[in-house]
Design a protein around this ligand. Structure first.
Ligand code: F6P
Length: 316
């Protein structure tokens, strides 16, 4: 029987636990022995690897984060630690790996594959949705739902108190979370790294709205924009003349109960990844494009992703 392992690398997302659950079940159904690698590539180096069965994944589908932990491993960038990792896998006769992570994690594993021939299949998993060549990354929907709940709650206090709120979302240099949240929460302003902006362009309009009786503003800004979020808040206070509060949503966006969509996507991504390994496919990343799954090579997925033009055109 072949041995197959799964590892989470980089920022965790809500949806990893449903993926782990299906991985164990699907591997066993296909006559494979499933293994967990704990704490990302760090666990690969430290031999934190165990053989698992159904009992390890019972009851985890509702939980955010990942029960096997994750890390951003500095050591895995060095050849000598990758050699140790390879020896650890050999000792357990593990010949196939599934990795949940971002493109940086995939690149690390690709180097490992080229050096040591351990086949892997990657599942794009990041709330940033910034991986080139896939329309969807696991965890994005759960993060958007957390942001939606937060904005809805902030709106209640903003309207009661006649305040402006500047809400900062994560995403590194990708504005996807901010843009989708803006379009789906009806906020007044959205600033993302992909779009140049000049706050002066909004001054007249917002002041006029205040004179006409507007009680509050909601602004959604992505963490990657050129100004810091407090500067946007100062602009509201000084130029628009409204008391303003800042709310940095932070890591709350990465946690919480996985949404139905992410549970289903976890199931589908894992099925495609394990199938690809069983069939010995060369391409090693499962991508979701135009509502269907396909496999792509590492070279095809490393690149700067641009935001969907169809969404961007809604940003006035
Ligand atoms: O890549 C996921 C992400 O949550 C980004 O949106 C954010 O910039 C970063 O990770 C935060 O990293 P850390 O958890 O190391 O603070």
């Amino acid at each position: 029987m072949n041995n197959i392992a799964i590892v989470c690398s980089g920022g965790d997302v809500s949806g990893m636990n449903p993926a782990l659950k299906h991985f164990v079940e699907y591997a066993l159904d296909n006559g494979l022995n499933p293994y967990f690698i704990y704490d990302g590539y760090e666990g690969l180096i430290d031999a934190s690897i165990i053989k698992v069965d159904y009992s390890y994944v019972s009851g985890i589908i509702t939980r955010g984060g990942t029960i096997i932990g994750s890390s951003r491993s500095g050591r895995f960038m060095h050849k000598k630690y990758r050699k140790i990792a390879k020896n650890n896998l050999d000792l357990l006769n593990i010949t196939m790996l599934v990795v949940l992570g971002g493109d940086g994690s995939f690149r690390g594993l690709d180097v490992f594959y080229k050096e040591h021939g351990i086949k892997f299949c990657a599942i794009p998993s990041t709330i940033d949705n910034d991986i080139y060549a896939t329309d969807y990354c696991l965890g994005v929907d759960s993060a958007l739902n957390i942001i939606k709940t937060s904005i809805d709650a902030i709106r209640d206090t903003a309207s009661s108190f006649k305040h402006a709120f500047v809400i900062e979302t994560m995403g590194r240099d990708c504005g996807y979370l901010a843009l989708v949240s803006h379009l789906t929460s009806g906020s007044e302003l959205c600033l993302i790294p992909e779009r140049e902006y000049d706050l002066k362009d909004y001054e007249e309009k917002f002041k006029k709205q205040m004179l006409e009786g507007r009680r509050y503003f909601i602004a959604i800004v992505s963490e990657g924009i050129k100004q810091n979020t407090n500067e946007i808040a100062q602009w509201f206070e000084k130029k628009i003349g409204i008391q303003t509060r800042v709310s940095v949503l932070g890591h709350v966006q990465r946690g919480g109960n996985p949404s139905i969509y992410d549970r289903l996507m976890a199931y589908r991504f894992v099925t495609h990844a394990v199938d690809a390994l069983i069939q010995g496919k060369e391409e090693s990343v499962v991508c979701y494009v135009k509502s269907g799954f396909c496999l792509k090579s590492i070279e095809e997925v490393v690149g700067k992703k641009s935001l969907d033009e169809d969404l961007l055109r809604f940003l006035k």
